[in-house]
Structures are given as structure tokens and as C-alpha cells.
Design a protein around this ligand. Structure first.
Ligand code: PLP
Length: 433
């Protein structure tokens, strides 16, 4: 029995089924590679679900963690505060778009950041309704599940969800949903379901992560900004997956030149340590009374030290340019494959957030989740970690660390190519449209 199968059996006996996992047990990891407990090497195109933009164990991040651990590991910011928290807030306030005063609050997870952004929008506007989008993902707590627009595996069986959450159609040109149609859907919502004057916030991922790497058209984000201004609604950009240099800018919404009121961040910020934040307009962020925001661990000093090192690495290694280059390399390889393989219906994304959608037929664009699962499984056998996504589970997303070496990136793309071919070999190539 391999160590992996032994651990899989122990997990099945000790850990709930609901905690889904791939069944890979890691022994050690370095930049964009990891080795399992049986010594098998993997190239990591998942990066801990978009967390390791600076790679596994970046030496500067590890040194910052070790240094902080020598000083203090926890005090709770509400009990005994520390300068590093304030300085990280200052740095993120400076990075966030918008020519106005900003403030930042730190928390632990992406879901917690979204929850707090909604709390802040509600207390600021004294309104309760929140609008989110089809295909959006905002976390697994009950409010964020309510906001999420993807049933399986997230929502099924966990309701009822909180009231006053409304969903509008996210623009998805590949599936025939134009910006105009999405705006019409919002208009329908405002006339049929919820008074815009009761809406506290519109929450959007500028690039949907779990939903399938759908990029919101800039004109759509600009129209949302106008609607928010017109009705006094707080615009929240959920940058938990798309932020922290992943798309070639610190925040993905910067590509559209739109300035949101609040931004949620997590994942890449802590470089592997749990840390999230809400960054926003000072006048809105200050709406909550003292003690209304925070938590025991929010802005833990070790995570904050890691985040400073992450920002240092992004700046000194120019991971913005690197994200653009990594993304371009992935895209050109995938586009070449799409020319040849008609099961690849679409290649899309922004910066180093690139995905391809698998379809049974290019004309009908019927999703092919079975082929998607087969590609992910083939890749894993060959030593490449991939993640699927999309409301229909038929999208493969590539989220390599931005620090990945070109040779490892190319090796990973080669394995991807072979895995797609192998998966298709088992099911004959579909008819050409
Ligand atoms: N928001 C977005 C856009 C995400 O992608 C995620 C996680 O994937 C979350 C929120 C929730 O983050 P967490 O899993 O840290 O709670």
C-alpha cells in the first residue's frame, strides 16, 4: 500500500466527505512544484486555488514569517495592536484605485472579507438588499453562499439562505449573454423585484473565478459604476481570486479603469498564510461603530508579515509583467490546441488567469464536464495539478504561480497537451462544426 492510499483511507475514516479533496498528500513544495508523500513530483497549476501568486515558500515570505515568529505570533489587534497591520493597510490603500482617502480592515478568509464588505455597505447606506451575479462565487459561509451563483457543490442542501439577495445575469458573450442583456436584466430586477433605493451593494468579481474565468466587459463595469452612482449603491469588487497581481495589475478591475467603493482581497495577499481584507473609501469604511468590525485572528501578525513580503516580491520581481507573460504563453498554447481540437470551445481570461471551456459540440456549445474531469485526471497521473471550474464544471483553469520558471511552465503546458489528447483518445473527437 502506498503512503498516499493509506492516507486516503485514513482521511475517509476521519474527515467528513463534504471536505472534498483530490487525494494528493504533499510532503514538500517549492515555487511551482510539489512532491507527494510517495516522492511523486507535480507541477502545480492550481497554486492552492490562486493563493500562491508568489509560489510555494518564496524565500522572502518564509524569512518574514520566521522573523515575525521570533517576536510575537498573536495578540489580537483589538487587544494589543502592531505597526505592521497599520503599515499594510497604508500600502493597500495606496495600491487601490481611486483618488480619495481609503482605509483597510484585515480578516482571515475571502468569505469573511465579503461578509464584512456587505456589513459595511449596509451600515453606510442604511439599506439591506444586495445584488450579486449568476456564476459568481463569494465563499462558503451562509451569507456568501447566498451571494454565490453556483449550486453544485456549494449551495445544494445548505439553504435557506439569507433574505434580500438578488442575482442578475453576468455577461457571458460565449454563451450569448451580452452586456446589453445583463443591463436589461438589472433593469428588470430594479422594476420587478427590488427598489434600487433599497440596494446597499452591488457585488461583482471583475473576472469570475469559480464561475469559469468569465471576464466582465469593461463597458459593463462602467455601467455598473454609473448605476451605483445614480442610486447611491456601494460598488464592491470581489478581488479575492483575481487580485494581487494575478491578472497583471494589482486589482483586476483596474483593467477596466473603473473605481469601486470597496475591494475584497484574500488568497494571494498572504502568500500561503490566511489573510483577507476589505479596502475602501474612508467615508464608507468608517460607517461602522468601534467594535463592529474585526475578530480574534483578523490581521494575524504572522500573516501580515507574509503579506508585506508578498507585496515586496510583487514590486521587486515585477510580477505584473510576469503575469502578463505567463498568461500570454498559456493562451497561445491553448489557442493553438483549440485550432486542432474542436472540443475546446473557448479560451479566455485575463493576465495569468487563463481557462479553456470544453464542449460536446462547437455549434450548440453544450458543456462537456466528463471530458473536463478526464483531462484533470489524466494530468494528475502525468504529474500536473489542474482545477476545473464553471457553473457546468466544463472549464479548466490555469493558475500557475506567477514566479513559475519558463521551463517548468512549458513542461506543464506539454503535460496539459498530452492529457487533453489522452482524454480525447478515450472518447473520439467530436464532429467539426
Ligand atoms: N470570493 C472569491 C472571488 C473567491 O474566489 C473565493 C474563493 O475561492 C472566495 C470569495 C472565498 O474565499 P475563502 O475560500 O478564502 O473564504
Amino acid at each position: 500500500m502506498s503512503r498516499t492510499s493509506e492516507l486516503q483511507a485514513r482521511q475517509a475514516a476521519a474527515v467528513p466527505t463534504g471536505v472534498g479533496s483530490k487525494g494528493i498528500y504533499v510532503a514538500r513544495a517549492e515555487n511551482s512544484e510539489l512532491w507527494d508523500v510517495d516522492g511523486k513530483r507535480f507541477i502545480d497549476f492550481a497554486a492552492g486555488i490562486a493563493v500562491l501568486n508568489t509560489g510555494h515558500r518564496h524565500p522572502r515570505v518564509m524569512a518574514a514569517v520566521a522573523e515575525q515568529a521570533q517576536l510575537f505570533a498573536h495578540t489580537c489587534f483589538h487587544v494589543a495592536s502592531y505597526e505592521s497591520y497599520v503599515r499594510l493597510a497604508e500600502r493597500l490603500n495606496a495600491w487601490a484605485p481611486g483618488d480619495f482617502a481609503k482605509k483597510t480592515l484585515f480578516l482571515n478568509s475571502g468569505a469573511e472579507a465579503v461578509e464584512n464588505a456587505i456589513k459595511i455597505a449596509r451600515i453606510h447606506t442604511r439599506r439591506s438588499a444586495v445584488i450579486a451575479f449568476s456564476g459568481g462565487f463569494h465563499g462558503r459561509t451562509l451569507f456568501t453562499l447566498g451571494l454565490t451563483g453556483k449550486v453544485m457543490p456549494y449551495k445544494r442542501g445548505f439553504g435557506p439562505f439569507p433574505a434580500e439577495i438578488y442575482h442578475a445575469e453576468f455577461p457571458h458573450p460565449y454563451h450569448g449573454v451580452t452586456t446589453e442583456q445583463s443591463l436589461e436584466d438589472l433593469d428588470r430586477l430594479f422594476h420587478g423585484d427590488v427598489d434600487p433605493k433599497s440596494v446597499a451593494a452591488i457585488l461583482i468579481e471583475p473576472v469570475q473565478g469559480e464561475g469559469g474565468f468569465n471576464v466582465a466587459p469593461p463597458e459593463f463595469l462602467r455601467a455598473l459604476r454609473r448605476l451605483c452612482d445614480e442610486h447611491g449603491i456601494v460598488m464592491i469588487a470581489d478581488e479575492v481570486q483575481g487580485g494581487i497581481a494575478r491578472t497583471g495589475k494589482m486589482f483586476s478591475i483596474e483593467h477596466a479603469g473603473v473605481v469601486p467603493d470597496l475591494i475584497t482581497v484574500a488568497k494571494g495577499l498572504g502568500g500561503g498564510l490566511p489573510l483577507s481584507g476589505v479596502i475602501g473609501r474612508a467615508t464608507i469604511m468608517d460607517a461602522a461603530h468601534p467594535g463592529g468590525l474585526g475578530g480574534t485572528y483578523g490581521g494575524n501578525p504572522i500573516s501580515i508579515a507574509a503579506a508585506h513580503a508578498v507585496l515586496d516580491v510583487i514590486e521587486s520581481e515585477d510580477l505584473f509583467t510576469r503575469a502578463t507573460r505567463v498568461g500570454a504563453r498559456m493562451r497561445s498554447r491553448l489557442e493553438a490546441l483549440a485550432q486542432e481540437m474542436h472540443s475546446i470551445g473557448d479560451v479566455r481570461g485575463l493576465g495569468a488567469m487563463i481557462a479553456f471551456e470544453l464542449v460536446k459540440d462547437r455549434k450548440t456549445r453544450e458543456p462537456d464536464p466528463q471530458l473536463t474531469a478526464a483531462i484533470v485526471a489524466q494530468a494528475e497521473q502525468r504529474g500536473l495539478i489542474l482545477l476545473s471550474c464553471g457553473v457546468y464544471g466544463n472549464v479548466v483553469r490555469l493558475l500557475a504561480p506567477l514566479t513559475i520558471q519558463d521551463a517548468v511552465l512549458d513542461e506543464g503546458l506539454g503535460i496539459l497537451d498530452a492529457s487533453i489528447r489522452a482524454a480525447l483518445g478515450r472518447q473520439p473527437e467530436r464532429a467539426v462544426a
